[in-house]
Design a protein around this ligand. Structure first.
Ligand SMILES: NC(=O)C1=CN([C@@H]2O[C@H](COP(=O)(O)OP(=O)(O)OC[C@H]3O[C@@H](n4cnc5c(N)ncnc54)[C@H](OP(=O)(O)O)[C@@H]3O)[C@@H](O)[C@H]2O)C=CC1
Ligand SMILES: O=C1OC[C@@H](O)[C@H](O)[C@H]1O
Length: 354
């Protein structure tokens, strides 16, 4: 262990971060926007890396031994930011040590693993949640309230896309089977989980996918019924930047239409139309970009600009749930995480189409 935590100076809620990659750095930065949060400790596979990350982001201590990290009394909760394949084992280890856990998405590789984490947390009386930050964004919370309050009438159907420019690279975790590569686990969880949150439990109607040269899924289309709402999602890692998707989430109601705008996973804004539409304008077009700045009859744009990436809202929700003595968050229960992984398993059980 490097660094010292002076017990007399420990105030607030101490976060420990397990892993030091890209999202770990963004979470560490977003802790600036979490009231009461304190940067307690970092754990890496290498002490040198842990110390460098700790120094850069202002953590109190650095660890290369997970047992010492999990025994650190300054850590009130652990944020797991490793590749998907590590999530389940690390979460179970943290729970066994009595540390609440916020586990990056996907919470695990399989629905069975997700349920194992859920059972372990419940039995130990320790908090656990998938870090599906999108559910906690103010724009998404507002979208749910609008839908539930009937602002667009009965929901007829919904659709979403997330196609990101990610050229094939066999070394990258996204394409590496050993590190949980594949678009459904990486991006697919966003639309599937959000549809589950907004409309209800998912049931698979149809699914298809294409494989990357490493065998993992690089594109997929999924049709679900969530609650009673038909929902379709397209996800992909695309070679050509021009092939990126609309990356928005559209809810078609009987009296209105609501769009969580591009890129919906970070909830930058909402657009509400006061009438039912069969489609909405493509957010990538210049006309649409201009239209969003101008007042338009029958159309309201709600802006949710913020200084953070948006990981802070889930962290604040976790702190509050732990303060209430909960072992799960009502807005993101692990049963939903398991249900989404079960859908992904059903889709990938069929052979790829290429
Ligand atoms: N919420 C969001 O917006 C995002 C979430 N994610 C999720 O976060 C997780 C991590 O993604 P990301 O940060 O992009 O990944 P990175 O590859 O950038 O970082 C992963 C880190 O995990 C640690 N690690 C532990 N075991 C391994 C291993 N076997 N191989 C490689 N690294 C390992 C490493 O830290 P060390 O060397 O210190 O041990 C590494 O730096 C994923 O599950 C992903 O789905 C990712 C991006 C955005
Ligand atoms: O969670 C994520 O969101 C943003 C993507 O770029 C990244 O691949 C994914 O892990």
């Amino acid at each position: 262990m490097a660094g010292q935590t002076d017990d007399t100076k420990r105030e607030g809620f101490g976060w420990g971060i397990w892993a030091t990659g890209a999202i770990a750095a963004q979470f560490a930065a977003d802790l600036d926007h979490v009231p009461g949060a304190r940067r307690a400790a970092v754990c890496s596979r290498s002490m040198e890396t842990a110390q460098a990350f700790s120094a850069k982001h202002g953590f109190a201590s650095a660890h290369a031994d997970p047992d010492a990290f999990l025994a650190d009394p300054a850590v009130d909760a652990v944020y797991i930011a490793s590749p998907h394949t590590e999530h389940c084992a690390q979460a179970l280890r943290a729970i066994a040590a009595g540390k609440p856990v916020l586990i990056e998405k996907p919470v695990a590789m399989t629905s069975v693993e997700a349920r194992t984490i859920e059972d372990a947390a419940r039995n130990a009386g320790v908090f656990a949640m998938e870090a599906l930050w999108t559910r906690f964004l103010p724009a998404v919370q507002r979208a749910k309230a609008l839908i539930d309050d009937g602002a667009i009438g009965t929901v007829r159907r919904a659709e979403a896309s997330l196609l990101f420019h990610r050229p094939f690279d066999p070394e990258h975790r996204l394409f590496d089977p050993a590190r949980g590569g594949g678009v459904l686990h990486d991006l697919g969880v966003y639309p599937l989980s959000l549809a589950t949150f907004l409309f209800g439990a998912p049931a698979l109607e149809r699914g298809r996918w294409q494989a990357a040269p490493t065998g993992v899924d690089r594109a997929a289309e999924v049709a679900l019924t969530c609650g009673s709402v038909p929902f379709t999602a397209k996800v992909g890692f695309v070679e050509d930047p021009a092939a990126e998707g609309r990356n928005d989430f559209i809810v078609y109601g009987e009296t209105g239409t609501l769009r969580i705008d591009r890129h919906f996973l970070s909830g930058p804004s909402l657009t509400l139309w006061d009438r039912p539409l069969e489609t909405t304008p493509d957010p990538r077009g210049w006309g649409e970009k201009l239209a969003r700045r101008l007042p338009m009859p029958g159309r309201t744009v709600m802006d949710f600009a913020r200084p953070s990436r948006g990981l802070n809202f889930q962290a604040a929700a976790v702190q509050a749930a732990i303060a209430r003595g909960e072992t799960a968050h009502p807005a993101m229960p692990l049963s939903d995480s398991a249900a989404v992984l079960a859908i992904i398993e059903q889709v990938l059980a069929a052979p790829p189409e290429n």
